[in-house]
Write a protein that binds this ligand. Structure first.
Ligand SMILES: Nc1ncnc2c1ncn2[C@@H]1O[C@H](COP(=O)(O)OP(=O)(O)OP(=O)(O)O)[C@@H](O)[C@H]1O
Length: 359
């Protein structure tokens, strides 16, 4: 599967731009702020139905304009797939495949497998647990649409349960029977999600370790640990045990919505004790493991986006990454970088066909 061409209209800083791709590696080079990342984000948009960088869809419309359109042609299973994503201010975003609009974007997830590696991934280390849950969920959802539906249902029931807890508090009432209905539903959805996350992590950790060892030459010991209340007890019991706490807080304090992944280096949090280069290597290993996992599960080589990843890495680590790209396990790779010479030198080492766009 690969992206053949893409056109952007009023997407971020681009009024109108078109790119046609041949070669396995495509590089966008140019000075800061020219729009290299924005092109990668447009590609990301077509895979996930949203921007990687701007959670608010309307922020992706070029300043002063009323709409954006991203129009692209992919080749998948030797068939042309046209994908168009568009947004007009005040309206809902539309995603069309071969002229037909999706009713639900979730139906599209997984159709164009894609992994991005970007400086913004640092949020995975420094931000709260929600970012890491989203990371896990986005991988599992790409392969299992039922999982995504269960997650949506879980969130819905939890919001209803929280609203009920608030209602009890405001009106000084309590109805355990109604609450029990929500508890049971949360337990059912939560159990499924917990089991899937556990299965995923068990498969993911060895892939992650292998990539991390390869990048760092096995110089660092890192750990990835899945944390969940559900290791302590089943969710129904936890909800019942914590009812007084939940009534005081007006929200559901226990459940898979509090799950986390802990990232450690030599048994200490990497957030506090990892150097910038070590954190970057950790994140690259995490994302390359995501790539490997998706490839293994789907049988398709995902599109890979390297957004400005070579800064802060020493030559040995860059060489290791290049070696992996060189091993022919990759499909199409897009790179953005500020240094044209560095980019060309790195890309040449892979012995793959490439094209460089000077923006
Ligand atoms: N909605 C928007 N309308 C107009 N311009 C925008 C919009 N959103 C972002 N931009 C502009 O896009 C530019 C950033 O583009 P981008 O992040 O792609 O740069 P880059 O080439 O990757 O730069 P760097 O090398 O610094 O990472 C900024 O100048 C920013 O102001």
């Amino acid at each position: 599967m690969y992206l053949k061409k893409i056109s952007l209209f009023n997407y971020k800083n681009f009024s109108e731009a078109s790119f046609e791709f041949d070669g396995k590696i495509i590089c966008f080079v140019g000075k800061n702020g020219i729009g290299k990342t924005n092109v990668l984000d447009a590609i990301y948009h077509l895979s996930y139905g949203k921007s990687y960088f701007n959670p608010l869809a309307v922020q992706n419309i070029k300043h002063g304009e009323e709409f954006f359109v991203i129009d692209a042609e992919f080749i998948k299973n030797e068939r042309i797939e046209q994908l168009v994503c568009s947004l007009k201010k005040g309206q809902k975003k539309v995603l069309k495949r071969n002229g037909k609009a999706y009713d639900k974007f979730s139906d599209h997830i997984g159709f164009i497998p894609l992994v991005i590696i970007s400086p913004a991934d640092r949020d995975l280390i420094i931000e709260g647990s929600e970012t890491r849950r989203k990371f896990i969920d986005s991988i599992i959802s790409q392969l299992d649409s039922h999982y995504l539906q269960q997650l949506i249902q879980y969130q819905k029931v939890m919001s209803q349960r929280n609203a009920l807890l608030k209602y009890f508090a405001l009106n000084h009432v309590f109805d355990n029977d109604t609450l029990s209905i929500y508890n049971e539903q949360l337990n059912d959805f939560g159990k499924y999600i917990f089991e899937k996350r556990k299965e995923f992590i068990a498969e993911f950790i060895p892939i992650f370790n292998a990539h991390h060892h390869a990048i760092t030459d096995s110089q660092e010991s890192v750990q990835l640990v899945y944390e969940s209340h559900l290791f302590e007890n089943d969710l129904l019991t936890l909800l019942q045990q914590n009812i007084n706490k939940d009534r005081a807080l007006h929200y559901t304090s226990m459940g898979i919505h509090k799950d986390d992944l802990s990232f450690e280096i030599d048994n200490h949090p990497i957030k506090k004790f990892g150097s910038q280069g070590q954190q970057k290597s950790f994140l690259i290993a995490l994302k390359l493991a995501q790539f490997e996992f998706l490839k293994k599960q789907s049988g398709v080589k995902p599109i890979l986006l390297f957004d400005d990843i070579f800064d802060k890495l020493d030559e040995t680590r860059v060489a290791k990454i290049v070696e992996m790209v060189n091993s022919d396990t990759f499909g199409q790779l897009f790179i953005s970088d500020t240094h044209p010479e560095r980019t060309e030198a790195i890309v040449k080492l892979t012995h793959q066909s490439y094209k460089i766009f000077n923006l």
